[in-house]
Structures are given as structure tokens and as C-alpha cells.
Design a protein around this ligand. Structure first.
Ligand code: CA
Length: 295
């Protein structure tokens, strides 16, 4: 319900879009509304088949997206200036595929699109980041503007936010190494290895950023949608079992359930070599769970 408590809408996207478009030689051809539509192959209260040996239900499915740009015919990135509303603040948007029914525990509202403006053009692709930029990531959620004010997306132990929160309920539960079954397999992605207390005014730095760069070619923003493919994301994972550590994968470098998930997300879980500080950076092959769907 936190999404409903504030009702402001700021109206500066047009000017910002023109500013971001820069001072290139051709005059701006004007800006156009942009709407990016997303979908997920799951809904609250419905059995998901093909994810695990047993039917699986959703408990939560939310993620933050930022640094949105369209890719024009020449391959150039053109920034999208996001509208500012309850789902979007300073270029960061929350996507929400749960509605607090049928075993889901979040908010009744859902959001499956990102809206904004960009200079008119012939666009062939889209580029964005899954994650909250560092400047907005750290700091208490209680006083943050929506959508950064959600306690459920806060990640207090790392002084930041969960970039992805997907929680799944396999029928029969999740077996743990200690023999005590539990209900949900949790994927929580966020920056990890963080130090510094933002409440004391300290800068927060994190060893592993864990932000996912996404580039999708052959994408027409006027027609296509971006699909979040849970089967691809969990293809290397048995959701009926937890290997240890947090139940599921909460971005822990030593969690035996994280390597498969991080590979699907296109992120390095561990440094490539001793002394190399590249944990949490993108893998060359990229992510494999977001795809373009054409009508
Ligand atoms: Ca685990």
C-alpha cells in the first residue's frame, strides 16, 4: 500500500529530454512519448509448470530498472527521460508483477511498463540496467520518494535495495541441507559487500555492484514487449532444494545456489582471478532471461 500514499507527479521530462538530446548539428525533431512494456510468465495464484519437477507459484516478482535508452538505426544510444510518478523517480523505475493475491504478499498495484519521452527517431533496440544507481540505492527507505520507499525492496543488511526480488513457492516446499523444509525459494539481487553507514552520512561503497546491463536488438518500442523468462532464469536451478546459506540465492558469493543464477543473469559471482576486483561485473556473454516478444 506504500505505493498509494504519495500522489505527486512532476512535469519536467520534456525539458530534460531536450537537454539530454544534446547540441548535435541536426536540430531536435521533437520528443515523443515512449512506453516500454514488460511481461512475466507467471501470475499470483496460478501454477507455473516447467520451472521445477512440481508446480510452482509466485510469492513476489519485482525489479528496478534504470539507465533506459533506445538504440537508433545507426547504433547510437538515445536516452529515454522517464516520467516521474509513483513508479518512477529520477530515471529509476519499479516493475511489479505481483498483486498481493493468491499467496503473493506485496502490494495490490501492479506495474508492467516504463513510460517517458525520447527524441523522435527510427529505433531498433533498447538498452537498460536492472538495478538502482548508486546515488539512489543507499539510504533509508522510510524517507525516500516512491518507488524507493518500499520496505519490501529495502536490503537493510547491505544498506541498499533489492534490484530483483523473485520469490517462488514450489509445491511441497524447499528442502534444506539441515532437513527442515521451508516454503519459498528466494532470488534477491542487490549490491553486496557494501561498507559505510548512510544514516551517519557515510558514503557507501560495494565490492560487487551486481547491476545487470541489458541490450536487446531488433526491438521496436511501438510494437514489441520485453519478456522476463523465468524458465531461462532458473534453468540451472532445482527450486525444490536449497544447497545452503540463504534459502535460494540472495547474492551471497559463497551460496551454492548462486552460481547458476548469476550465470543466467550474466553477472560474475566471484572475481575472475585472485586480486581482480571484478565480482558483480557483467560477464561477456550477457544475460539470457530477458527476450523480445513480437506480437
Ligand atoms: Ca542458498
Amino acid at each position: 500500500m506504500a505505493m498509494m500514499k504519495k500522489g505527486r507527479r512532476l512535469a519536467a521530462p520534456l525539458l530534460l529530454a531536450l537537454t539530454l538530446a544534446g547540441c548535435a548539428a541536426p536540430p531536435p525533431q521533437g520528443v515523443r512519448p515512449v512506453s516500454l512494456r514488460f511481461s512475466l510468465d507467471a501470475a499470483c495464484g496460478q501454477d507455473i509448470t516447467g520451472l521445477a519437477p512440481v508446480p510452482v507459484r509466485l510469492r513476489d516478482a519485482r525489479l528496478f530498472v534504470s539507465e533506459v535508452a533506445l538504440i537508433d538505426r545507426a547504433g547510437q544510444l538515445v536516452p529515454v527521460t522517464l516520467d516521474q510518478n509513483l513508479w518512477q523517480y529520477q530515471g529509476t523505475a519499479l516493475l511489479d508483477f505481483e498483486d498481493a493475491t493468491g499467496g503473493c504478499t506485496g502490494t495490490p498495484e501492479r506495474n508492467d511498463q516504463i513510460t517517458g519521452h525520447a527524441v523522435a527517431g527510427d529505433y531498433r533496440g533498447v538498452r537498460f540496467t536492472i538495478g538502482v544507481p548508486s546515488a539512489l540505492n543507499h539510504g533509508p527507505y522510510e524517507k525516500a520518494p516512491a518507488p524507493l520507499d518500499l520496505a519490501a525492496m529495502g536490503w537493510s543488511w547491505q544498506a541498499g535495495r533489492k534490484f530483483i526480488k523473485i520469490e517462488l513457492l514450489p509445491q511441497g516446499g524447499v528442502q534444506r541441507p539441515n532437513g527442515t523444509p521451508t516454503s519459498a525459494w528466494n532470488l534477491h539481487l542487490g549490491s553486496s559487500g557494501c561498507a559505510g553507514d548512510p544514516v551517519k552520512g557515510e558514503a557507501v561503497t560495494c565490492a560487487a555492484a551486481n547491476r545487470i546491463p541489458v541490450r536487446l536488438d531488433r526491438f521496436n518500442p511501438a510494437r514489441d514487449r520485453i519478456h522476463i523468462d523465468l524458465k531461462a532464469l532458473f534453468s540451472g536451478t532445482d527450486l525444490t532444494r536449497d544447497g545452503g546459506g540463504a534459502v535460494g540465492c540472495m547474492s551471497g558469493p559463497a551460496d551454492p545456489d548462486c552460481p547458476a543464477i548469476f550465470k543466467a543473469m550474466g553477472l560474475r559471482l566471484l572475481p575472475s582471478a585472485t586480486g581482480v576486483a571484478d565480482a558483480g561485473q557483467p560477464l561477456p556473454q550477457g544475460q539470457r532471461f530477458l527476450t523480445v516478444v513480437r506480437p
